[in-house]
Design a protein around this ligand. Structure first.
Ligand SMILES: [Zn+2]
Length: 239
């Protein structure tokens, strides 16, 4: 059955939820969950509690509540032996159109258009990537919570794709050390680094706007979003 999924429309909806650090995460999560449900896709929750740190406030010169909040990783797909694992996040610091409503939208489109993807693969929509109560890496907590419980899956899968900040330019696949500590803050990254790819558009643009008020939908292009989705489909061997 043909399922419609409009990348830009979804990004607008997610940005409108205003998921900022501890605020509105449940609202954003509900939007993703509703989209999955409407398309007959099932998911499970990995709940955890996160708190922001003074380091985060200092780096981005923002007011951080420094209080604990609940959030979830939404897990969609194979939880016993996935071939590919897609990691993406729905929390944000700025309006978050690029970082990372774009990545969430592209992953959702893969699921909606290729529901069979869930048989052999797994998508993790994390509710906490921008922040972490841990030091010195005060971000990426949700990914590490996933790693803590499902490290075996990360170790045994064939490929890990971190989908973060796409649709502003041509999609790049980063590997090696460049940009990894920021985008893949896993505890045991060394173990899986060889098969991990960070999918991002323009790093230059990303560094200019992410975590600022400038990260709006105006920086995204329908053409690049669609192209990023297609590339992700092709690397996951769905065509
Ligand atoms: Zn991000």
């Amino acid at each position: 059955m043909y399922q419609k999924f409009d990348l830009m429309e979804f990004i607008n909806q997610l940005v409108a939820c205003e998921p900022r650090l501890g605020k509105n995460l449940i609202k954003a999560e509900k939007l993703i969950a509703k989209t999955l449900e409407n398309n007959g896709l099932s998911y499970s929750h990995q709940p955890f509690i996160v708190a922001d740190t003074p380091e985060l406030a200092k780096e981005f010169k923002i007011k951080v509540p420094l209080e604990k909040h609940r959030t979830n990783n939404l897990l969609v797909g194979n939880l016993s032996n996935p071939k590919s694992i897609l990691l993406t996040h729905f929390d944000a610091i700025g309006p978050g159109a690029l970082d990372n409503a774009s990545g969430v939208a592209v992953c959702l489109k893969v699921l909606v258009k290729h529901p069979d993807f869930t048989q052999d693969n797994l998508v993790v929509f994390s509710g906490s990537e921008e922040t972490s109560p841990e030091k010195p890496v005060y971000w990426g907590y949700g990914y590490r919570m996933f790693e803590k419980k499902y490290g075996r899956l990360l170790k045994n899968c064939r490929a890990i794709y971190v989908v973060d900040c796409v649709g502003d330019a041509k999609l790049h696949f980063f590997q090696g050390d460049y940009y990894f500590r920021q985008a893949v803050p896993l505890k045991n990254l060394e173990l899986v680094k060889y098969k991990t790819f960070v999918l991002t558009g323009s790093v230059k643009y990303l560094l200019a706007v992410c975590h600022t008020r400038k990260d709006t939908i105006a920086g995204l292009s329908e053409k690049y979003l669609e192209a990023s989705y297609k590339e992700l489909v092709s690397v996951c061997c769905l065509i």
